[in-house]
Design a protein around this ligand. Structure first.
Ligand code: MSP
Length: 561
């Protein structure tokens, strides 16, 4: 059975419209999903909307509409945004769907029957924002509940509880055995520390008198389930999980093939306790084996001048507005390249413009333009690259060269200075060999969920090509008929590099990748299709001798301010 990369994001709360943080997470997951597709791997990418809960009920009441009408409107806004940003998902989760309700109720019934859920009375501090009771452990060093909990009030209630603390040792062991379960590493460590502090059980219900916009408990219709239990289960309900089948291994093939190489992209605010503790324990409690525990890829936050974006501060950035103004690709590029996965970053429209103009308009756009213009102007006729190809072959097997490359990576000054000392064809062959190193970096960065590093690998190629043009001065070479084979080699390398760059950039800039392929006249019969791009084709030398390229048209027009 071919394994599927099952990629998910958090499902967005539908109590308010999308902001740049939501857009970032989906573009990040989309980039990772597209990268796996580029590798020819099977992917199922799930995202969606979190539609139940108190905040939705309150917002709907304020708007004077039913919760169901309210979430429909907001959910559509998320869908429209993701379409605009070219987020290509395979499954869309909506927690009000009957399919989801069936799974959630099935899970609850099972846990209730197995004695994992019990009824109890509780009084204490309650966070309205996080929809949970708080204990003293949640107090900050000053004894107060931090601002992350929002409004905190005193409540007394009878409710149902899930025996969370019973699984504390299992979770601690799991994290010890699987040290890369949470990415990046410092988040793994953070979770390990948090697990040590697990004290009580988890309240999983709300009396209907207080909240009725939720999924009813199957064993007590006076209650609905607590929003996290409902929200987290989306990841399996929309993958085809059947709660009536208790033995994990007896789940459908569809589910088992999907729930396999699972990468769940979430923000740092919902690792502890929601995903890192509740979710992993929930899965364990319903019989998921340890090997089936998902990898959690935890990203950081986009802030505004170091401060959190919030409705109350009025500093929310609307991604729709940015995409309308600068185009979806400019927004995607900024969101992927200007934040290191796991860390926070400051949002700046100025930076968006700058990165677009410098990296895309000036570097990549210019490279494409110069290359195609020179090609059209010089039109070399001789197109036998046998010597160059043979040279690349020799060099790629020369250990003295290979071992040098990590110290002189393509795009670095060291590489450039070294290449300058070599005869033209040898310098090109060296670039061809160095490309495979760059490809390894790219692959590795994408594989660990850091497309920001992958972007740098691509930029290194672009930088080197531009320097190579300046240095080899094809316009001078073109004047000397004796040097035609040299001119052919130079132009071939540039066109070939652009072909490779288009493949590598495809997960981040899907439209621009098509734009480059179109201008190169490459794989035209597959225009607009995914199959046009494959990482397997990203091998220097794949372009046939004498390939005729098209005319240049500006791909990244500069943003003028
Ligand atoms: N509905 C819950 C998640 C349930 S998952 C089973 C939720 N929704 S949310 O709308 O508040 O956030 C959705 C995602 O966006 C979360 O992963 C969150 O971390 C992320 N972001 C929210 N604000 C963000 C930034 N300012 N920057 C980056 N990501 C941010 O939590």
């Amino acid at each position: 059975m071919p394994k599927t990369f099952y990629i998910t994001t958090a499902i967005d709360y539908t109590n308010s419209p999308p902001h740049i943080g939501h857009a970032y997470e989906k573009v990040l997951a989309d980039t990772i999903a597209r990268y796996h597709r580029l590798k020819g791997e099977k992917v199922f990418f799930l995202t969606g909307a979190d539609q139940h809960g108190q905040k939705v009920q309150q917002s709907a009441a304020k708007a004077g509409v039913t919760p169901s009408e309210f979430v429909k409107g907001v959910t559509q806004k998320f869908k429209d945004l993701y379409q605009k940003l070219d987020v290509q998902y395979d499954g869309w989760a909506e927690t009000i769907s009957p399919l989801h309700k069936k799974v959630v109720q099935g899970m609850l019934q099972r846990l209730f029957e197995e004695g994992q859920i019990y009824k109890d009375k509780q009084s204490g501090h309650y966070s309205v924002r996080q929809e949970q009771f708080l204990t003293d452990k949640e107090r900050g060093p000053d004894g107060e509940f931090g601002s992350e909990w929002g409004e905190v009030e005193f409540r007394e209630e009878e409710n149902y509880y899930f025996k969370l603390s019973q699984h504390k040792n299992w979770l601690a062991d799991l994290l010890r055995k699987r040290p890369h379960l949470i990415v990046p590493k410092f988040r793994h460590t953070e979770l390990e520390n948090a697990v040590q502090k697990i004290g009580g059980d988890l309240c999983i219900s709300r009396p209907k008198s207080r909240l009725d916009w939720g999924i009813e408990l199957p064993f007590d219709n006076e209650f609905v389930t607590y929003v996290w239990f409902d929200a987290l289960s989306n990841y399996i309900s929309f993958a085809g999980y059947d709660a009536a089948v208790k033995d994990y291994a007896s789940q459908s093939e569809e589910f088992l093939s999907r729930w396999n190489l699972v990468v769940q992209t979430i923000g740092k605010d919902i690792l502890i306790p929601a995903h890192g503790i509740y979710w992993l324990i929930m899965l364990h409690a319903i019989g998921f084996p340890d090997e089936a525990m998902p990898t959690l890829l935890v990203h950081g936050f986009w802030n505004m001048s170091g401060a959190k974006m919030s409705k109350s501060l009025g500093n929310i950035i609307d991604p729709n507005h940015l995409a309308d103004k600068y185009g979806a690709e400019a927004v995607r590029y900024y969101l992927i390249s200007d934040i290191a996965t796991g860390k926070d970053a400051d949002f700046s429209e100025q930076r968006l413009i700058e990165r677009y103009n410098v990296d895309l308009a000036n570097s990549l756009g210019n490279l494409l333009n110069r290359t195609l213009t020179m090609n059209a102007r010089f039109r070399p006729t001789h197109a036998n690259l046998a010597d160059l190809r043979a040279y690349v072959q020799v060099l790629s097997e020369d250990q003295s060269v290979i071992q040098q490359l990590p110290h002189r990576p393509l795009g670095s000054d060291e590489f450039y200075e070294y290449a300058k000392t070599l005869p033209e064809e040898k310098a090109i062959a060296l670039r061809a060999v160095a490309f495979s190193n760059q490809l390894w970096d790219y692959d590795n960065s994408m594989g660990r969920g850091s497309p920001d590093f992958a972007v740098q690998s691509i930029l290194n190629l672009v930088i080197d090509c531009n320097r190579f043009i300046d240095d080899s001065a094809p316009w001078r070479v073109a004047k000397d008929k004796q040097k035609e084979s040299q001119l052919v080699a130079i132009l071939y390398h540039l066109i070939e590099s652009l072909r490779l760059i288009a493949i590598l950039i495809r997960p981040i800039l899907p439209q621009a990748a098509h734009g480059i392929f179109d201008q190169l006249n490459w794989k035209m019969e597959l225009s607009g299709k995914d199959e046009r791009f494959s990482l397997k084709d990203a091998e220097w030398g794949g372009l046939p001798d004498g390939h005729v390229v098209g005319k240049p048209t500006p791909l990244f027009p500069r943003i003028e301010t």
